[in-house]
Design a binder for this molecule. Structure first.
Ligand code: CAA
Length: 271
């Protein structure tokens, strides 16, 4: 089976860029973009090509897109980094951890920043990103789900931050959203034991917004997309910006920010 396809409807032309090796399929349909990890036979294991493809999608996302859905084909959302990275052969054309270890500090930092770029854009105020998660979401798979604004999960979901068990740290932007969602103590518990978080707990501790039966996942996501698209676009962007900034601001600063955003809304609507 072809490892990946790049498809876009309405938007930029298919240029067959990094998806050729990435295992990522990408479709734009009006205001909705769907990113599918499409290597189910390898449980959607991720490589640097996956992260480059994600970054390229973020860079070229058409302006009309308001909602981005990230999902995985097959039994697992994603089994994390491709385990060939741990071997001396590595992933063909993409090296291994052994080759990464030979990079100088600047080269290593650059490589990690490139990988992280595939995850960071999913938090932009202009979009709402939804991870549709079934089965295993391990390591990089867990972090990809964490990089989205919302997680709608199937009742068989199994989140696991396995990196510490493999001698690594989670470095694909997942630590901050994890702490913000579940609190420091629970994040330490989850990461430093590399234990699995199942659906009930995920819902209880705030890792998931919604748990549904496996067969209902697609419908639940599409209902959420419709609900998100039903509100005023500019108000949604301004509100997300406010909510994202709330934690860093004092109550007084946040109140000022609300006033500024509202003034702009009222002028736009009634001015
Ligand atoms: N990398 C490469 N191949 C993988 C893979 C991975 N991460 N996970 C699964 N596969 C492959 C298997 O080798 C197998 O391939 P073959 O059919 O060619 O043998 C195929 O996918 C199916 O795997 P399983 O038979 O194991 O499938 P399963 O449904 O029974 O189990 C699973 C699924 C629990 C996810 C199990 O495959 C598993 O534990 N995978 C490894 C998970 C892992 O340790 N990931 C690394 C996380 S750490 C990380 O991601 C680090 C980072 O960001 C820096």
């Amino acid at each position: 089976m072809a490892e990946a396809q790049a498809q876009q409807r309405g938007g930029i032309a298919d240029d067959g860029f990094a998806e050729a090796k990435s295992g990522v399929r990408y479709e734009v349909d009006g205001e909705i973009a769907t990113i599918t990890l499409a290597r189910p036979e390898k449980r959607n294991a991720q490589t640097f090509a996956t992260w480059s493809a994600l970054a390229r999608i973020g860079e070229s996302l058409p302006e009309q897109v308001r909602v981005v859905v990230v999902k995985g084909e097959g039994p697992s959302f994603s089994a994390g980094i491709d385990l060939r990275m741990f071997t001396s052969e590595g992933v063909p054309g993409q090296g291994s951890f052994s080759t990464a270890a030979t990079l100088g500090d600047a080269g290593f930092e650059q490589r990690i920043r490139q990988a992280q770029a595939g995850f960071l854009w999913l938090r932009r105020p202009e979009i709402v990103s939804i991870a549709a998660v079934q089965g295993h979401a391990i390591g990089a798979g867990f972090q990809l789900a964490l990089s989205c604004d919302l997680r709608i999960v199937a009742d068989d979901v199994a989140f696991c931050m396995k990196e510490p068990a493999l001698g690594l740290v989670p470095d694909l932007t997942g630590t901050k959203p994890l702490v913000e969602l579940v609190g420091l103590a629970k994040a330490i518990d989850i990461c430093l034991t590399a234990r699995t978080v199942h659906a009930d707990e995920a819902m209880r501790i705030g890792l998931a917004e919604q748990v549904v039966a496996r067969g209902d996942l697609e419908q639940a996501v599409s209902d959420k997309v419709a609900a998100l698209l039903s509100v005023n676009r500019d108000a949604a962007v301004a509100t997300k910006r406010l909510l994202q900034g709330a934690r860093q601001r004092t109550l007084e600063e946040q109140s000022v920010a609300e006033g500024i955003e509202q003034a702009a809304r009222i002028k736009a609507l009634f001015g």
